[in-house]
Design a protein around this ligand. Structure first.
Ligand code: PBG
Length: 333
């Protein structure tokens, strides 16, 4: 049947009809808020414990006390989880701060879990915020990254996060074999029940720019193309995800999100695991800048973007818009 019998507009006529046939739902409980916990932020102006991040309006580097405050607010909005990134004051060649039991992330996990136990705490497992050179692994003499030597550091880091009380650990380094190494280390240390959210398909992206400024993790030389994926490759993304499933990943992630909708769908179809999409810093910054300039309406743009990621197949969305989105979703109801 075609026009005039078929009229697609019949079911678009009222809000009631549109709601009745809406295919995709977005809830605050599907969102994860990334949070930067910083050693230096304790000394921020006026004792606020908050340092503005110029490239990410509305996002701040937080002291421990401010992080607990933020976690409380986040939980109050019905958001599922926070994802912690550490911004340490001292760095070294190996990135040993990453597995320091008294490191900023480990301290923040303990403080947040104690103050707001119902909020899930996910930790980013990577070395780039802790290495003096800013790369995600251990360097060889020739400045290339030693994959296998890095696995032990990542596993130690993940175990230290689990010991601090992290609900989920999320490796983002893109070393081969890291999910298996982390699973084995967690199991060996009594954390067999701690899930791994693998950043399986993490692309070498221009959209991480603001994050690197926020976390102070810009590589001192070169770039990350020898370990992060080529943005041109979708089949390879599926292979990466399947390998991580084989190594024991409980959830897989695609990152960035906006330009990778079909990768999210392909990974979902191939793995049947819960899939997370990371709506990254550059994607956030673009929306903020355009909204600030009056070029787009922030609220409808953000809700459209987040809904599109759910439609693409993401079960969970990591986004810096999480708090605003949760407020807007609550108002809609
Ligand atoms: C650490 C890490 C990065 C991001 C998440 N974990 C930076 C990078 O790989 O350079 C990016 C997050 C964002 O841009 O919002 N490896």
């Amino acid at each position: 049947m075609v026009f005039p019998q078929t009229r697609m507009r019949r079911l678009r006529a009222t809000a009631g009809l549109r709601g009745l046939v809406r295919e995709t739902e977005l809830r605050a409980g599907q969102l994860v808020l990334p949070m930067f916990v910083s050693e230096a932020a304790a000394g921020a102006a006026a004792g606020s414990g908050r340092e503005a991040i110029v490239t990410m309006p509305g996002v701040e580097r937080l002291s421990l006390a401010a992080a607990v405050e933020e976690a409380r607010e986040t939980a109050g909005l019905g958001i599922a989880a926070v994802m912690l990134f550490g911004v340490p004051e001292a760095k070294d060649e190996e990135g040993s701060g990453a597995w320091d039991e008294e490191g900023i992330v480990q301290l923040a996990v303990r403080a947040i879990k104690q103050a707001v136990p119902e909020l899930l705490v996910i930790t980013d497992v990577c070395l780039c915020e802790y290495t003096a050179h800013g790369h995600c692994g251990v360097l060889r003499e020739d400045a290339s990254i030693d994959n296998d030597a890095t696995l032990d550091s990542l596993a130690r880091t993940a175990v230290s996060h689990a010991r601090a009380g992290a609900d989920v650990v999320a490796p983002s380094d893109m070393m081969d074999g890291r999910v298996g190494a982390i699973r084995e280390a967690l199991d060996g240390e009594g954390f067999a029940e701690t899930p791994i959210l693998a950043y399986s398909a993490k692309f070498a992206s221009a959209f991480y720019g603001p994050f690197r400024e926020a976390a102070g993790s810009t590589p001192a030389f070169g770039d990350r193309r020898a370990y992060q994926m080529d943005p041109a490759n979708g089949e390879e993304a599926v292979r990466e995800a399947l390998l991580d499933v084989g190594e024991g990943a409980d959830m897989v992630m695609v990152k960035p999100a906006l330009a990778y909708g079909e990768v999210i769908r392909a990974v979902k179809t191939a793995t049947r695991l819960p899939v997370a999409a990371y709506n990254v810093s550059g994607e956030y910054a673009m929306v903020k800048a355009a909204a600030e300039a009056g070029y787009i309406d922030e609220r409808s743009a953000v809700l459209e973007i987040l809904t599109s990621l759910r439609r693409a197949g993401a079960d969970t969305i990591v986004t810096y818009h999480a708090k605003d989105a949760a407020r807007w979703l609550a108002e809609q109801r």
